[in-house]
Design a protein around this ligand. Structure first.
Ligand code: ZN
Length: 409
């Protein structure tokens, strides 16, 4: 009898596991022209019924070619006009907290988007005010990414983070696009820094990064060339590192209870050289990290997440990302590391099991709209917004036991 009672209690007790959903469907809704409290409530209700315990809610968009970049009523930056009529972010923080769900404000950090977007309340797009902040490629073309070397932009970001923290009782700040595009930057700042510090011109950096002429070098000269590349790669990584450190200072200066996290490329060996994101290096500033292990085959997911889990420091939780996207990866069927077709709900549920088996203390699912059958909208588009086939009940079963996030104090 005594044992039965204890077991009865045990089944109701919450375990510690992060169960995060990225949410971008509000952008589709706002761009569609109708968005109100009932839409936000539905998201919170669905998340609650699923057993999720965190929403990573987009407040700064990745590519704003559809609209201005901010999705809360900012007094500092350029927000979508609708956000001044109805503050869905304020509502989700309130409603989710009532439901016992954490809300983390999700910022696409270095993407700024449409330089020609209309001013709202006198605010212009940051890259219209500061064209010198843009990442510039080898041919001089400006991108929609901001170069992490610009302290002025870092301070602008910091002011947005501070504004969100002061305005809303959020549980955390989640950083995405905390990296360069798949290209080195040759903005004036970078050209000057690289010349001053390493004595290299733009053309020399381009040749070095392409490995031009390496096949004719002897080992000693090759070693020197690789050291030059190493210095340049480290330069870009350091710019990103310092930005994370700066934001960490702002977040923890506001409150040690507020968590800082990031979404990153899943391969820690190639992320520092391909997109200058040495996230193993800046993980010490993060309470949790979500490598976007998207479209991996179950076997490769197991291998990757297992390795990442063993590389994590104490104090930073690993919540590997799962792609709940109804479209296949471009390498599907051509490369055994990737799922041969489009993910479905069975796949999503299987990856939750695998993450647990290799010891990850949670998962982060991309994204809310695709597991609840919403159609792609103007923001999410086909690639990021196509629903996965199958029954969301498979995922609900995995999350039947209540959980508080593993990073909770
Ligand atoms: Zn630059």
């Amino acid at each position: 009898m005594h044992q039965i009672i204890v077991e009865g209690v045990a089944t109701k007790m919450a375990i510690r596991e992060g169960r995060a959903l990225w949410v971008e469907s509000q952008q589709d809704g706002i761009l569609g022209g109708h968005y109100g409290p009932e839409d936000v409530k539905k998201i919170v209700d669905n998340a609650k019924s699923l057993g999720a315990n965190m929403l990573l809610w987009l407040v700064k968009a990745r590519m704003a070619d559809t609209a201005p970049a901010l999705w809360y009523p900012s007094e500092i930056g350029l927000s979508h006009e609708q956000c001044y009529q109805y503050d869905s972010f304020g509502d989700v923080v309130r409603m989710a907290h009532e439901a016992g769900i954490e809300v983390h404000a999700y910022f696409s950090v270095f993407t700024e988007g449409d330089i020609k977007a209309d001013a709202v309340k006198g605010k212009k797009p940051p890259l219209a005010e500061h064209p010198e902040w843009a990442v510039v490629d080898r041919l001089g073309k400006r991108s929609e990414f901001v170069c992490a070397s610009h302290v002025g932009y870092r301070e602008y970001l910091g002011s947005l983070v501070k504004e969100v923290l002061e305005k809303y009782p959020v549980d955390g700040i989640n950083l995405d696009f905390i990296r360069y595009p798949r290209s080195a930057c040759f903005c004036d700042n970078c050209q000057r820094n690289i010349k001053d510090r390493y004595g290299l011109t733009l053309n020399q950096v381009v040749d070095l990064l392409a490995g031009k002429g390496f096949d004719s070098l002897n080992y000693e000269d090759l070693g020197a060339a690789l050291d030059r590349i190493g210095a340049v790669i480290n330069y870009y990584n350091q710019n990103v590192h310092e930005t994370v450190e700066y934001i960490h200072g702002i977040v923890k200066g506001h409150s040690s209870k507020v968590k800082l996290s990031a979404a990153v490329f899943p391969n820690p060996r190639t992320a520092p050289s391909q997109v200058y994101c040495d996230w193993i290096g800046f993980a010490k500033f993060l309470d949790f990290v979500c490598p976007m292990v998207y479209w991996y085959s179950p076997e490769y997911y197991r291998q990757t997440v297992g390795r990442l889990q063993s590389a994590m420091r104490e104090g930073t939780k690993l919540y590997p990302g799962i792609s709940a996207l109804g479209v296949p990866h471009p390498l599907a069927g051509k490369n055994c590391n990737f799922l041969p077709g489009a993910p479905d709900m069975k796949y999503v549920a299987e990856l939750v099991d695998i993450a647990r088996e290799v010891g990850a203390p949670g998962v982060a699912i991309f994204q809310y709209g695709t597991i609840f059958g919403l159609q792609p909208g103007a923001y999410t588009g086909v690639k990021w917004g196509t629903p996965v086939a199958g029954d969301v009940g498979l995922l609900r079963d995995r999350f039947a036991q209540p959980a508080i996030p593993a990073h909770a104090d």
